[in-house]
Design a protein around this ligand. Sequence first.
Ligand code: NAG
Ligand code: NAG
Ligand code: NAG
Ligand code: NAG
Ligand code: NAG
Ligand code: NAG
Ligand code: NAG
Length: 350
Amino acid sequence: MSPLYYVAVFLHGLCVVNAINFTTVYEWDELDFAWPSGANSSNGQTDQNFNAMDVYFRYMAVFEERLFLSLDMKTGIPATLVWLPTRRTSTAPPKLAPFPSWDLHKKDNCDTIQWAKGLQADTDGRLWVLDNGSSACPSKLWIFDLANNDTTERVHQFPDTVVPHSASKRSLRDVVIDKTPDDFLAYIADTRSGRIVVYSRKTDKSWTVKTTGDRWLSLAISPNREARQSLYLIGIIGSNVLNSVSVSELKNEGGSAAVKFFGEWTESPYRMLIDSADVLYAAFYGQNYLSMWNTSEPFREQHVHEVGRLYASWPFTFALDANDTLWMTQRNVTDAKHNLLKAEVGATSY
Ligand SMILES: *[C@@H]1O[C@H](CO)[C@@H](O)[C@H](O)[C@H]1NC(C)=O
Ligand SMILES: *[C@@H]1O[C@H](CO)[C@@H](O)[C@H](O)[C@H]1NC(C)=O
Ligand SMILES: *[C@@H]1O[C@H](CO)[C@@H](O)[C@H](O)[C@H]1NC(C)=O
Ligand SMILES: *[C@@H]1O[C@H](CO)[C@@H](O)[C@H](O)[C@H]1NC(C)=O
Ligand SMILES: *[C@@H]1O[C@H](CO)[C@@H](O)[C@H](O)[C@H]1NC(C)=O
Ligand SMILES: *[C@@H]1O[C@H](CO)[C@@H](O)[C@H](O)[C@H]1NC(C)=O
Ligand SMILES: *[C@@H]1O[C@H](CO)[C@@H](O)[C@H](O)[C@H]1NC(C)=O
């Protein structure tokens, strides 16, 4: 084929498709927490000694009227898991409220959440929170019942053989949920060991599956039963390469899963998700756009949303709700502003 053919494909592949029409829900000039009344500097956790630009939104989940966000553990950040209402309740944008309470966020108290990472809300109204732990506390998976006063339904501390308790031997980030006919399974990437950790809610057990080739950073799985045969993976070594493993192979405790190559993004994604039309969205380190790929077709990257320069390493984080609304935060380092945006995507919007 002529070189011109490749140029044409390349240009076409990256043109911006206005498939997503975002509207702004909130704009914050400065983020703040919903401090408890009477908070003061005699209590280290709520002494309000933090810098608003040290609030880094990492992972997000949404269920009904609430958005959940995990935050980086920086000096002065009092809780790494917070929530916001999806609807404006006052003229000022909302403050970040600890989830489920201040009491479940105590530094180096291993009975509380130490460092929330990946989050998912399942269809039955449970919030799954991956807690990477701290140097003092092992990693855990928390499951909260959002329909029942946010009670803690499960706290699964991973056995040492699954996720090492030794702080230097583990690093958990992303989690996705697979609803099977009789169970909910969580797939988790341990970036340090390179293994995929699987948790079964039914048996309250976890195990690992080996893969070859890379160590995994971000994960995505389709919300549709038929398409939920593949777990998509981004590694840390070939970090713009999109791979997958078959979920059937993840059910073999202590087994291994074959890694399949799909294609290469132009940049390195840090976050992916798949909507009800089986379109995969990706956000990239330091890039001011989102890309998509229709997973029903051969791999092809298309930009779907592009804004001016933001200068953030994680400019966006996003989550889908049960009604195919894509919720997304945007961080602009230059003017220190954060936005919450939303758009209709998925099967109903195409
Ligand atoms: C985008 O969404 C807004 C608000 O929902 C609507 O008013 C507008 O017509 C939409 N624009 C396009 C191009 O669909
Ligand atoms: C400061 O915090 C302490 C401990 O939480 C509390 O006992 C005290 O009443 C607080 N003081 C003020 C002025 O809010
Ligand atoms: C989803 O749609 C249903 C029916 O229209 C509505 O009752 C519900 O509040 C919506 N959920 C969200 C999160 O908007
Ligand atoms: C939730 O907690 C409130 C206040 O403690 C209580 O009145 C209510 O009955 C609880 N609801 C459920 C579903 O447990
Ligand atoms: C998870 O925790 C361990 C131990 O504190 C740490 O070494 C690792 O960097 C953490 N991983 C992430 C992604 O924060
Ligand atoms: C994805 O590709 C399939 C197969 O070509 C097509 O039927 C479907 O409409 C596409 N979906 C979107 C959202 O473009
Ligand atoms: C980020 O902030 C700068 C400074 O206010 C502004 O010029 C730029 O347009 C903003 N970027 C976006 C995408 O809004």
